[in-house]
Design a protein around this ligand. Structure first.
Ligand code: MN
Length: 502
C-alpha cells in the first residue's frame, strides 16, 4: 500500500520503588516476557517495543515524552505489574500525545493456590495496581482502550490488534495530505465541511488544486508509458473489443491510462494520500477519471467523488486499518433499493469509481456515456462485489464537530445486471433495513461511504476514541428509540467535551 510508515507500539510497565531491587528485577523480567510474548504470538499487525519498567514520576514523564516525540511510535500500551501510585503518572500522561491502551493482565494465568504467599501476591497485583492506574486515566478524562484478560488469550490479542490497526490509521491521518481538484459539486450539502476544523480535530489537511495542474502532468507523459499501461489493462482485465488494441476506440483506453499515470505522478510528487474530483470541473480533461480512480484506490489512495474530501480521508483510513487482511475496501454510495417488504436490499455503486479490491472475479473494462457532465465517455472497470459481512461508514460535519456513523451490512447475491454499466455491491442492512436507514438518516449519515470487508465496529470505536469524535453504531443490537436518545445525549456530551475549539 502506498505511503505506509513503519510503526511500533511502546509497552510500558508500571511499578514503584518500595519493593526493592530484587522484586523490581522480577517485575522487569515479567514485563519483558509479556511484551515479547505478545509480539511473538503473531496476532498483532505491528511490532511491540518494550520500553521498560517505570517506578518514579520522572521516569514516567521521560518515557511518555519520548514516546510522543518518536515518529515511529504509534501508541503506548501500559500495564501495572504491581501497584504504581498514580499521582506519579499525572505529568507524563498529560504530555502523552499518542493513543493509549491499558492492558489489564497478569503474568501468570493460574493462581498457585497451595504456594501463594505475601511475596507472590505483592508481585502479581495488577488487580489492584491497574485499578489505581485506571482511576487516574479517568480522572484525566483520557480517551483510551481497556483490554482485560490473560495476555496469551486470542481474544485479548485480537482486541490489541484492532486498536493497533485503528492507531495506524490515526497516525496515517496526522499530517496526511489530500487533494481536492476543483471544488464541491454545486449546491450539495453533505460533502461540504470545515477543512480547518477537520485539520484541528483529525490531523489531515485538504487543499485545492486546479484540474489543469493534472492536465499539464498528463500532457508531459510519454506515449510509450501510456501504451505499456494500456497493455497491462488488457492482461489484467477482460477489455471489451472496441477498447482493446486494434479496436475502434482504443484511443479512449490510452487516454484513460494517461489519466491514471498523470494522477499517480501528481500524487507521488506531492506526497498525497488521496484525492477527489468533480464532473462539474473538468476543463482541460476530456472526461472524468474512471478506471484511473478505481485503480488508484486499489493502490491504497483515498478517493471520493464530487469534491467529498471527508470521504476521501475516510476511505484512506479504512484501507490502512484493514491492511494485511483481505484488502477489500472502496468508496461507495447508497444508490437505489430493492424494496421487497422484509427482504430489502441496497444497491451500492457510483457513477464510475468503485475500487476493484472488492471485486468478485475478473473485472471487465467497458466504455459507456456518463449521462452527466457533458464530457466524453469514460472507461471504467465493471464487476460485482464479493459477498459476506461488510461495514459502511461515513463522516459528517455537524457544524460544531464531526460524527462517524457505521452500519454493519451483509453483501448478498443478486440477479444479473446486464445493463448496468458500473461496478456494484448489493447488501442487506443490520439489524434490518428500516431500522438501519431510519437511524442512518436521523444521524445525518451521508450517501457517500467508505465500505470495507475488513474493518470491524471495534476498530472504528477505537479510532473514534483516538480522534475524540462521536461514533454512532448501527448494527445487530440497534434499537431505534435508544439510538435516538443516544444521539440527543451525545449532542450535549460532545458539545461540552470539546469546549470552544471547533
Ligand atoms: Mn456521489
Amino acid at each position: 500500500m502506498i505511503g505506509l510508515k513503519p510503526l511500533k507500539f511502546w509497552f510500558v510497565c508500571g511499578s514503584q520503588h518500595l519493593y526493592g531491587p530484587e522484586t523490581l528485577a522480577q517485575v522487569a523480567d515479567g514485563a519483558r516476557k509479556v511484551a515479547e510474548g505478545l509480539a511473538a504470538d503473531g496476532r498483532l499487525v505491528l511490532p511491540i517495543h518494550f520500553a521498560g519498567v517505570v517506578t518514579t514520576a520522572e521516569e514516567i514523564t521521560d518515557v511518555m515524552v519520548r514516546a510522543s516525540a518518536d515518529a515511529e511510535c504509534g501508541g503506548v500500551i501500559v500495564w501495572m505489574h504491581t501497584f504504581s501510585p498514580a499521582k506519579m503518572w499525572i505529568r507524563g500522561l498529560k504530555l502523552l500525545s499518542k493513543p493509549l491502551l491499558h492492558l489489564h493482565t497478569q503474568l501468570n494465568a493460574a493462581l498457585p493456590w497451595d504456594a501463594i504467599d505475601m511475596d507472590y501476591m505483592n508481585l502479581h497485583q495488577a488487580a489492584h495496581g491497574d485499578r489505581e492506574g485506571g482511576f487516574m486515566h479517568t480522572r484525566l478524562r483520557l480517551g483510551r482502550k481497556v483490554v482485560a484478560g490473560h495476555w496469551t488469550e486470542a481474544e485479548v490479542q485480537g482486541q490489541i490488534d484492532c486498536w493497533m490497526r485503528a492507531a495506524r490509521a490515526w497516525n496515517d491521518w496526522q499530517g496526511g495530505r489530500f487533494v481536492r481538484f476543483g471544488d464541491n459539486m454545486r449546491n450539495v450539502a453533505v460533502t461540504e465541511g470545515d477543512k480547518v476544523g477537520a485539520e484541528l480535530a483529525l490531523g489531515f489537511s485538504v487543499n485545492g488544486y486546479g484540474i489543469m495542474d493534472l492536465a499539464d502532468v498528463m500532457a508531459g507523459l510519454s506515449d510509450a508509458d501510456v501504451k505499456a499501461l494500456a497493455a497491462e489493462y488488457e492482461k489484467l482485465y477482460a477489455v471489451e473489443a472496441a477498447l482493446a488494441s486494434g479496436g475502434a476506440r482504443h484511443d479512449r483506453l490510452l487516454y484513460n491510462a494517461r489519466q491514471e499515470l498523470g494522477l499517480r505522478a501528481f500524487m507521488e510528487k506531492g506526497g498525497f494520500k488521496g484525492f477527489t474530483d468533480t464532473f462539474e470541473d473538468l476543463h482541460g480533461l476530456t472526461q472524468l477519471p474512471g478506471i484511473a480512480s478505481q485503480r488508484l484506490m486499489a493502490s491504497g489512495y483515498g478517493f471520493a467523488g464530487e469534491g467529498d474530501w471527508k470521504t476521501v480521508a475516510l476511505v484512506r483510513a479504512i484501507k490502512v486499518m484493514g491492511h494485511g487482511l483481505s484488502g477489500a475496501a472502496s468508496f461507495m454510495e447508497d444508490y437505489t433499493y430493492d424494496l421487497q417488504p422484509g427482504d430489502e436490499r441496497v444497491l451500492g455503486s457510483h457513477m464510475l469509481e468503485i475500487c476493484p479490491s472488492i471485486a468478485e472475479g475478473r473485472p471487465r473494462v467497458e466504455i459507456h456515456p456518463l449521462g452527466i457532465g457533458g464530457k466524453d465517455d469514460p472507461v471504467r472497470l465493471v464487476f460485482n462485489a464479493r459477498k459476506g459481512p461488510a461495514i459502511n461508514v461515513t463522516l459528517v460535519d455537524l457544524g460544531n464537530r464531526f460524527r462517524l456513523i457505521s452500519n454493519s451490512v451483509t453483501a448478498v447475491d443478486h440477479p444479473d445486471l446486464p445493463k448496468l454499466p458500473v461496478a456494484r455491491a448489493v447488501w442487506k442492512c443490520k439489524p434490518d433495513f428500516k431500522t438501519a436507514v431510519r437511524a442512518w438518516i436521523l444521524a445525518g449519515g451521508a450517501h457517500h461511504t467508505a465500505y470495507s470487508y475488513d474493518i470491524t465496529t471495534e476498530m472504528l470505536d477505537d479510532f473514534a476514541t483516538m480522534a475524540g469524535v462521536e461514533l454512532a453504531v448501527i448494527d445487530e443490537g440497534t434499537e431505534l428509540s435508544r439510538f435516538k436518545q443516544d444521539l440527543r445525549t451525545n449532542e450535549v456530551y460532545w458539545h461540552l467535551a470539546q469546549g470552544f475549539r471547533a
